[in-house]
Design a protein around this ligand. Structure first.
Ligand code: SAM
Length: 248
């Protein structure tokens, strides 16, 4: 029987940082697509795809993004990783039942990715980096643990990307909260973003390795006054509310 949102939603947002929360959740839940499914951002992702790409999805959960990439013609290999062995096993079972070949599913920590450097043409994450922010404290001045972990994740992704590889981050993290991380001096990628969604806008960041312009190197981590969040609550899924609690 499919789990309802009430069966799996945590009582506090910080539970999202607890690996046992995810194992328990994935034991009950077959499919939950964080934020939006592929059809909502296909127009942004498809132009970045080509048949020969090797793709890494970080924090796949029980999303169907891996299969969507195959359907889009990606044939260079799709690897999905998650910290939760339960999520990984269930995704492997689902793919086997469907007879889907071409997606490798691996237990791995995004803070210590077990891949050779320059292994992937495209790395994608949807809602996974956001987990690191759930106990960040003041979003304008996140606590040092959050900063360390976000930088660890980004360094891992930068390392496993090929020299002209692309990192796509899908999030509701607004540019003034994300640029300080994406544009840290150690990264050679350019940073651009688009939005998608009706009412509430999700952000689709495209980071192209080796394409950083000199101007962005001088990006100062000076933050403007806090803007009003453009939230239309009816547009958000149940759990997006919980994820956003640190921005309220
Ligand atoms: C908010 S869910 C997003 C799932 C999926 N990307 C989607 O769009 O539906 C976050 C996922 O990140 C995984 N996760 C959390 N911490 C992780 C870590 N350190 N390394 C890898 N995966 C992690 C969780 O197990 C969960 O599957």
């Amino acid at each position: 029987m499919a789990a309802s949102a009430d069966d799996v939603a945590p009582s506090t947002a910080s539970a999202y940082l607890d690996p046992s929360y995810w194992d328990a959740r994935f034991g009950k839940e077959e499919h939950y697509e964080w934020f939006k499914d592929f059809s909502h951002f296909r127009h942004l992702l498809a132009p970045l795809l080509s048949p020969s790409l090797s793709v890494l999805e970080v924090g796949c959960g029980n999303s169907r993004l891996g299969e969507e990439l195959l359907r889009e013609g990606v044939a260079g290999g799709v690897t999905c990783v998650d910290l939760s062995p339960v999520a990984v096993q269930r995704m492997r079972d689902r793919l086997a039942t469907q007879g889907t070949k071409g997606v490798d599913v691996v237990v791995a920590d995004m803070l210590d990715l077990p891949f050779e450097q320059e292994s992937f043409d495209l790395v994608i994450e949807k809602g996974t980096m956001d987990v690191l922010f759930v106990d960040s404290g003041d979003p304008w001045d996140p606590n040092p643990t959050t900063v360390d972990n976000v930088m660890k994740m980004l360094k891992c992704i930068h390392r496993v990307l090929k020299p002209e590889g692309v990192f796509v981050s899908i999030t509701f993290g607004q540019p003034h909260f994300r640029r300080r991380f994406f544009e840290a001096p150690e990264f050679t990628w350019s940073v651009e973003y688009s939005t998608f969604g009706d009412g509430f806008h999700y952000f689709f960041y495209t980071l192209k390795k080796g394409k950083r312009s000199p101007e962005s190197s001088s990006y100062q981590n000076t933050l403007p006054a806090a803007p009003k969040l453009n939230m239309v609550h009816e547009e958000l899924e149940n759990e997006d509310f919980i994820f956003l609690t640190n921005l309220d």
